[in-house]
Design a protein around this ligand. Structure first.
Ligand code: ADP
Ligand code: AMP
Length: 212
């Protein structure tokens, strides 16, 4: 299975990719996570891309393509989350697939309006230990002090109102036009992501033929 999960920041790509990975065994490749790991390692490249990431701007295509390609080559079955975000990246992905004689199965677009997305991102919390993503209201973590307590939690540095608005602008300007590109290929499926998490999961599983 080779699937792209597309959608604005906060639509639930990471949340749904984790469920898809669990159900299908395909590898979740999240470019935002690759970017954050590189920054955390304090490499020269990490320092360079931190400037873009902190402001909510896209990292240059060449860098992000070089970072992502090894993961595409290593895995036969994947769920791409956060890539491609530009025409250049979409072309690079096509070329990488052509090189190995494979095709993309599907592009699933999660749609929700900007006000809902800002609210979701402002309440997003991530477990430092497990990487699991929660929401203070819509998907609260197990109770503090309980056996399953995955705390402490961190709030992402780019989940500030200003960076969120920048990221949503760049989604609408640079990434959303890719919908036409994949629509023309006949592989685009749109899912209403404003519903609650479990309902969206059902729709996503239905799209890939894994609903029960
Ligand atoms: P993305 O990967 O698209 O940026 P996330 O999966 O990180 O989005 O979700 C953003 C925030 O919204 C998280 O706090 C998550 O728990 C919450 N969330 C995800 N899907 C839904 C939903 N359908 N309804 C309400 N909150 C959601
Ligand atoms: P995300 O976790 O998907 O919101 O990504 C966090 C940040 O990483 C973004 O704001 C960008 O700076 C960078 N990033 C992640 N994926 C890409 C991509 N495909 N192209 C350019 N920049 C990216």
């Amino acid at each position: 299975m080779r699937v792209i999960l597309m959608g604005p920041q906060g639509a639930g790509k990471g949340t749904q990719a984790a469920k898809l990975e669990e159900e299908t065994g395909a590898t979740h490749i999240e470019t935002g996570d690759l970017v954050r790991s590189e920054i955390k390692s304090e490499t020269e490249l990490g320092q360079k891309i931190k400037e873009y990431s902190d402001k909510g701007e896209l990292v240059p295509d060449e860098i992000i393509i070089d970072m992502t390609k090894p993961y595409l080559d290593e895995n036969d079955s994947w769920i791409l989350d956060g890539f491609p975000r530009t025409q250049e990246q979409a072309r690079a992905l096509d070329e990488a697939l052509e090189d190995i004689g494979e095709e993309l199965d599907m592009v699933i677009v999660l749609e929700a309006d900007d006000d809902e997305l800002v609210e979701r991102l402002s309440g997003r919390r991530q477990s430092e230990a497990t990487g699991e993503v929660y929401h203070v209201e819509h998907n609260p973590p197990p109770e503090e002090g309980s056996e399953e307590d995955p705390g402490p939690f961190v709030q992402r540095e780019d989940d500030t109102e200003e960076a969120i608005r920048n990221r949503l602008d760049s989604y609408h300007e640079q990434t959303e036009p890719l919908k036409d590109f994949y629509e023309e290929k006949g592989i685009l499926v749109t899912v209403d992501a404003s519903k609650d998490i479990d309902e969206v999961t059902q729709e996503v599983l239905k799209a890939v033929g894994e609903d029960k």
